[in-house]
Design a protein. Structure first.
Length: 359
């Protein structure tokens, strides 16, 4: 008597996915890229530990869909980064995965050709190659870790990692973050709740053991030591922004109560700008005012920025895509980006923050 099938009832195909080692062998880490990653991580750690008085800014397209335009942006950003490096550490926002409330394009790794072919195997290799190119320019990269397997493929090219508002509460992402080699920013929940992010920081700072994959692509038990560079990212929520002085003060108190360092990053986009990119400069201006007035807890900011302002739908004819314009959240353009960053650097030069160096 045959046993009835009880699994894979909704699986229509199981396609081969190259292992992390296979992808890394095709796109190997170079010495120059490795030096950029390590320098970026050390600078971030020094800022979080107050050994470096600068402020870091993670900025770039909402998502990468065109590597050519992405590298055009990266080269411009590298020039700007060098110009303001005395006051600001610029990290390029390189997002390949997009969380979806229901449906929509899930990002460059999931569907690199934007045609519903879902060539994840090719998307992962292309994503790694793009990260390698950015780091070889000398620009550190930051990304959102959405798929818990993804960092095995590209984590060696990441200087800063974000855990999004929808996943900060996920045990899987907290465990994964405990093993990441980069500092990790946890966003507050979409309803504005801070406890989710604070609990995530606490969880990720501790050792964990969990199921994952090895570099060879085999199922493995991963055991971590914990990541001590977790911090909170205020992105607004629950119908209101949370970058104002009162909200920042409440976040400081919540972090102190949990026994955590008062390290706060403000996302100038999302609910803090009411999803209106034109308001991002105003958010940054307010944050810089707080820093100028003596705030020490705000260590970083995030900005959604591209070559062209706004966003665009993905057309059936991809030749109709506008160059350098986001296909996900709307962004500020390059000219506005330069003004925002230069103004922020000017504020810091006028009221410099000294590192807490030991006597």
């Amino acid at each position: 008597m045959s046993v009835a099938q009880t699994e894979n009832l909704n699986i229509i195909a199981v396609d081969h996915m190259p292992s992390p080692l296979e992808i890394q062998s095709r796109v190997p880490l170079s010495e120059r890229a490795a030096a950029t990653v390590l320098k970026g991580r050390k600078a971030l750690a020094d800022i979080l530990d107050r050994r470096d008085g600068r402020v870091f800014v993670v900025l770039g397209p909402c998502s990468i869909h065109d590597p050519v335009a992405g590298l055009d942006y990266a080269r411009r950003l590298k020039t700007l980064a060098d110009e303001v490096s005395d006051q600001l550490l610029l990290i390029m926002r390189v997002y390949f995965e997009k969380p979806r409330t229901s449906v929509g394009w899930k990002g460059f790794i999931n569907d690199p050709y934007m045609d519903d072919s879902f060539r994840i195997d090719e998307g992962m290799e292309k994503a790694r190659r793009f990260l390698l190119d950015v780091n070889e320019i000398g620009l550190p990269a930051g990304t959102e870790a959405l798929d818990p397997i993804g960092p095995q493929y590209y984590g060696d090219l990441i200087s800063w990692t974000a855990i999004g508002a929808r996943t900060s509460e996920s045990q899987t992402h907290r465990e994964m973050s405990s093993g990441l080699s980069s500092p990790v920013g946890f966003k507050n929940a979409t309803d504005g709740d801070l406890d989710v992010a604070i609990n995530a920081i606490l969880s990720a700072s501790n050792p964990h053991s969990f199921l994952g994959i090895s570099p060879k692509g085999e199922t493995a038990i991963l055991r971590t030591r914990g990541n001590r560079y977790g911090h909170i990212v205020l992105r607004g929520g629950g119908g209101r922004p949370n970058y104002d002085t009162v909200s920042v003060s409440l976040a400081e108190k919540a972090l102190a109560k949990a026994g955590l360092p008062q390290n706060i990053v403000v996302d100038c986009s999302h609910a803090n700008s009411w999803k209106n990119p034109e308001l991002q400069p105003l958010v940054m201006k307010d944050v810089m005012h707080q820093i100028r007035e003596g705030n020490r807890s705000i260590v970083g900011m995030m900005v959604e920025s591209h070559l062209e302002a706004g966003n665009q739908p993905i057309p059936k004819d991809l030749a109709q895509l506008r160059y350098g314009c986001s296909v996900t959240d709307a962004c500020v353009d390059w000219g506005t980006t330069e003004t925002m960053i230069r103004n922020a650097a000017k504020v810091l030069r006028e009221a410099p923050r000294k590192a807490d160096m030991p006597a």
